[in-house]
Design a protein around this ligand. Structure first.
Ligand code: NCD
Length: 321
């Protein structure tokens, strides 16, 4: 599939995959390739963002996302600061917007925000005068995760278009599932989601994906099998009988994977719950698992996002969404 080539992003913020065009997605992925090469080379550092200030504001726990945004900013030469609610004035009752406005007043050039509530990052973007990147908001979106997943697939398989991608797990509470459904459909992949009926979101029809309630069935002839964690922290009430029963029906093991294409690749955004949604035997299979590569791609994708969003700061106005 060929698309018109974009040379910049239309929005000063990256809040989700939802409003990205195929050419913007390709632009981000192509630039990420450049950063993969750079990260693998001897000199991992440039001074492209020298003098720029990036603040990572994580109101929810994170290992991969926060660390890779920090590495990305530092490798581009920016000054990077991390703040988390445990040590910030949020503990003293400051509101989310007051925190954001405080950081904005310090002339940050870009804020990376993770928040447990869907929509919170957009709210911040509407109030500040710098760029905002969504590092994951509630069950809504996690755009850099979907981009890094797409990059890992594209590099290994050579394309996204026409691939059968089966996403299994807690689709209802997963921002990773949402951003991936949007990106993969935009880029022409066939997307399936697999979960017990209680973990399929009510608005699934809007994504144009096929729904399965049986893992062995859902992965049949798939090119990619993406496993997701049960988002217990977002569940209010009981959605599955028990984790051992969940593994029996929805945990990826060799036997269920045998239904996918013989060379199907396994993905997981992490953190993994081994023995719940995925068996160690398949998670650690170096020939089939893309999990470590996903982490590597995360740094490159975040470098590409920071690079593109800081290119023309004069365009950034506080009233754009
Ligand atoms: C995901 C997240 O935070 O949404 N993790 C990540 O960013 N790699 C997935 C998850 O928490 O299950």
């Amino acid at each position: 599939m060929t698309f018109l080539k974009a040379s910049s992003l239309a929005s000063p913020h990256l809040l989700g995959i939802e409003n990205l065009t195929p050419s913007e997605i390709n632009l981000l992925l192509d630039l990420s390739e450049h950063y993969v090469d750079m990260n693998r080379s001897g000199s991992k550092k440039t001074d492209l963002l020298r003098g720029r200030t990036i603040i990572n504001v994580f109101f929810e726990s994170s290992t991969r996302t926060r660390t890779s945004f920090e590495l990305a900013g530092k490798r581009l030469g920016a000054d990077v600061i991390n703040i988390s609610p445990e040590v910030s004035a949020v503990r003293k009752g400051e509101t989310l917007l007051d925190t954001a406005l405080t950081l904005n007043a310090m002339h940050a050039d870009l804020l990376v925000v993770r928040h447990p509530e869907s929509g919170a990052v957009q709210l911040i973007a509407e109030k500040v005068s710098c760029s905002v990147v969504n590092g994951g908001d509630g069950a809504h979106e996690h755009p850099t995760q979907a981009l890094l997943d797409a990059l890992a697939i594209r590099r290994r398989v050579g394309r996204l278009h026409g691939l059968v991608v089966a996403i299994s797990g807690d689709i209802a509470h997963s921002r990773v599932a949402r951003s991936n459904m949007l990106l993969l459909k935009t880029m022409g992949a066939d997307v399936r989601v697999i979960a017990p009926p209680t973990l399929i979101p009510a608005d699934i029809d809007r994504y144009g994906v096929e729904v399965f309630h049986d893992l062995a069935e859902g992965v049949r002839d798939a090119d990619i099998v993406m496993m997701l964690r049960l988002q217990q922290e977002r569940m209010r009430g009981s959605f599955i009988p028990s984790t051992s029963e969940y593994f029996h029906f929805f945990g990826l093991d060799r036997a269920k994977l045998a239904n996918a294409k013989p060379d199907a690749l396994i993905m997981h955004p992490g953190p993994m719950n081994r023995g719940v949604e995925i068996d160690s035997d398949v998670a650690d299979d170096i020939n089939r698992s893309l999990i470590q590569e996903q982490v590597e791609m995360g740094v490159a994708v975040r470098m590409a996002c920071l690079d593109l969003l800081t290119r023309d700061l004069s365009n950034n106005t506080g009233d754009e969404a």
